[in-house]
Design a protein around this ligand. Sequence first.
Ligand code: FDA
Length: 307
Amino acid sequence: MLRKPLLLAARSATCRKIIERTPMTRAMVSRFVAGSTLDEALPAVEELARDRYATLDFLGEDTADLAQATATVTAYQDLLAALGEAGLGDRVEVSVKLSAVGQFLNQDGEKIALDNARRIAEAAKAVGTTVTLDMEDHTTVDSTLGILGELREDFPFVGAVLQAYLRRTVADCHDLSGAGSRVRLCKGAYDEPESVAFRDKHEVDKAYVRALSVLMAGEGYPMVASHDPRMVTIAGELAAANGRGADDYEYQMLYGIRDGEQVRLAAEGKRMRVYVPYGDEWYGYYMRRLAERPANMLFLARSLMTR
Ligand code: FDA
């Protein structure tokens, strides 16, 4: 019931102002966000990388300003250089939202996003790590997959997220299940219309299994991005049925969610990667995490009432 209003609020400038100014919010955000700066986030990643893998996301989305898009690229270049210096290139990669590097700019947005993503991929290549493109709302999927295709011609290690709730996704999984392809399959976090997406939870779960079956049967590298215990179990079964070893696919979860399960899977010898966001532009990311789990909302509601 709260999902839709929370996802609408995620895109409202007014709600953003109110929530960002709530004194308690910062403390609650820190559950999901590893810090404001790279210096704050790196120790968290180094700690995680002892038994897990990680992907770092410099927070930001829907950039309407060229200078901001350029600054985001610089932030990723600095981040990748720091990963190289810390010797983490083999365990930590980066995740990028194309809308943060210019995809929605009025003039030449797609071209700017492609050029900017190339610069990030170049920096990733220099330290021997990979890049994964996040997936945003359904209106961006064609553009993002188009940019992915162009990037992969020069940087075949670039992967992308697919969202199981979209009706098109099984077909996209077939297209992206070839050798060398890396697909992070998630359920999907945006408020999408019935015409393009399954909206019922059970339908989404069934769609996730269908999409994952295609990826596991393919020749690419599936990344199982879900905290759902059923999806985790089914992923293990599908991997075994398709003769995949522990290094032929991986599990992924978000920073601050089901940490005990992350540790358990890693201790079993599974590849477990944690998505670690950092930066000041946490609002949209945080609101989507609230929308996923109403219990998270109770903490925010209490703090808003005591303002
Ligand atoms: P589901 O929502 O059914 O949750 C299963 C269980 O996980 C819950 O019962 C609860 O225990 C726990 N849980 C889930 N969300 C929680 C939360 N916010 N707080 C506390 N507990 C929670 N989406 C997208 O549209 N584009 C993208 O690029 C990405 N990228 C991405 C990367 C990675 C690594 C992950 C794990 C997820 C994403 N997502 C995403 C988000 C994804 O689409 C989805 O919204 C969430 O992962 C929640 O779905 P689950 O599969 O976890 O199942």
